[in-house]
Every structure is written in C-alpha cells, then in structure tokens.
Design a protein around this ligand. Structure first.
Ligand code: ZN
Length: 188
C-alpha cells in the first residue's frame, strides 16, 4: 500500500475514530504486507531525503487505522536510552498488542505530542503512565513478546494503542488546565 502524507487518514475523517479489530494469526499475506509497509513508512520518514522525495511526515509510529484499515497493528521505531543510559533503538511490528499493566506514576512529554493524523496544533500535556507492560505478537521477532516499556517508549506505545480505540492524543488534554502537571509525574 502506498503510504504518504496524502494517503494517511486525518482527524477530519470520521474513520479515524473507528475501533480496530483483532487480527487473525498467523498473519495473512495481505496483513503482513500492510504491516511491513507501515514499518517502511516509519523508517523512511526519518530519512530527510526520502521523506522530502516521497512526501512522508516524520514519525515514530503508525497504526493501521491511520491508513484506513481498522485492524490492531502498529509499527514503532523509537530511539531512546536504556536503563544504563546507552543508546538503543526499539523497533516493533506489533499485532494485537495489549497493555497488561500500567504504573501508577504518570508521565508526559513536556513539548506535547504530535500525530500523523492531526494537522492542527494542540498544545497541552498528555498525561499517560510512566511504565507499561505490553503483550503482542511481534513480526520483527516473529513471535509473541512482552515489552516492559518506560519513559518515551511507553508514551509512544500508549499513543499508538489509543488509535485502536479511536482515541487521539488531544482527547487526553484537560481543556480547563492544558498544562497541568501531576505531582510525581515523569516529565520527558
Ligand atoms: Zn497518532
């Protein structure tokens, strides 16, 4: 599937609010190809030359509903530090991911979040969990995995999994107090 900034569904389209369905495993060749195309989008989007040439907006993740397919699949590439402060790249092609536990401690990105499906600016803190545990089938590893995510990776995964429920990041911003900062929040 051709995925670029013109074909990605925007929040002006009610389809972005549709709930996504579980995907049968093993993957059909069609579902597998779509997930690989989504991963290619994310990887290519961070290369300025390719992004310019192919009309890709830089992203760390994309979910299938964003290309109009209501299936629980998401591709994520996150560069972060591990617990010991070393550079690490987390790369997942997740099928039917689900959060099995979340920390009480909240976290948010100080600069707010963005989304391929959201064109307008929405200033505000998107309060999420600082740590989550996710179970999924991962096409990168070609097996079921459990991800213990913290910090930025945890935020990205929560953002992507929200797309399965038709939830967009700005739904979480408190209109009364968009820049609120809960006590003990991890600020990233
Ligand atoms: Zn998004």
């Amino acid at each position: 599937m051709l995925i670029n900034n013109d074909t990605i569904i925007k929040d002006t389209d009610p389809l972005i609010r549709q709930k996504s369905e579980d995907v049968p495993l093993p993957l059909s060749s069609e579902d597998e190809q779509l997930l690989r195309d989504m991963m290619k989008y994310v990887v290519d989007s961070t290369d300025p030359e390719i992004a310019e040439r192919e009309n890709l907006r830089p992203a760390v993740g994309i979910s299938a509903i964003q290309v109009g397919v209501p299936k629980k699949m998401t591709a994520v590439v996150v560069d972060d530090k591990d617990k010991d402060g070393n550079d690490v790249r987390y790369q997942f092609m997740l099928v039917n991911p689900r959060i099995v536990s979340s920390s009480v401690q909240p976290a948010y990105l100080e600069g707010g979040e963005g989304c391929l499906s959201v064109v307008n600016e929405h200033e505000g803190h998107v309060i999420r969990s600082a740590r989550i545990k996710v179970r999924a089938f991962d096409l990168c590893a070609n097996q079921n995995i459990e991800i213990r995510a913290r910090g930025y990776l945890a935020i990205v995964l929560q953002h992507e999994l929200d797309h399965f429920k038709g939830i967009l990041f700005y739904d979480h911003i408190d209109p009364e107090d968009p820049l609120k900062s809960p006590e003990n929040a991890l600020v990233l």
